[in-house]
Design a protein around this ligand. Structure first.
Ligand code: ZN
Length: 87
């Protein structure tokens, strides 16, 4: 089997682990994080945007990190299943 140039293209989706749905919407939280500074009245602050992905079916939520980790695992599995046994 020639993998490159093959028309047989596989597509793996990240699926919700509760309901196996593959559709997600993005939810953003915007916040400002304040920290005091020693020996000073100054405040340091960071503006933060937190992104969560929510299953459109069961409303289960996932972080970007969780999704990226799972996608990496899916890639590993796919590559392993393509690996031909050595002669
Ligand atoms: Zn779901």
């Amino acid at each position: 089997m020639h993998f490159f140039g093959d028309l047989n293209i596989a597509e793996d989706y990240f699926l919700c682990d509760k309901c196996r749905n593959k559709n997600f919407i993005r939810i953003c939280n915007f916040s400002v994080n304040f920290r005091g500074v020693n020996f000073s009245d100054d405040l340091i602050y960071d503006e933060l945007t937190k992104v969560t992905y929510q299953c459109t079916h069961c409303k289960n939520t996932f972080s970007k990190q969780e999704i990226e980790k799972r996608l990496k695992e899916m890639i590993d599995e796919r590559l392993k299943s393509l690996a031909r046994p050595k002669k």
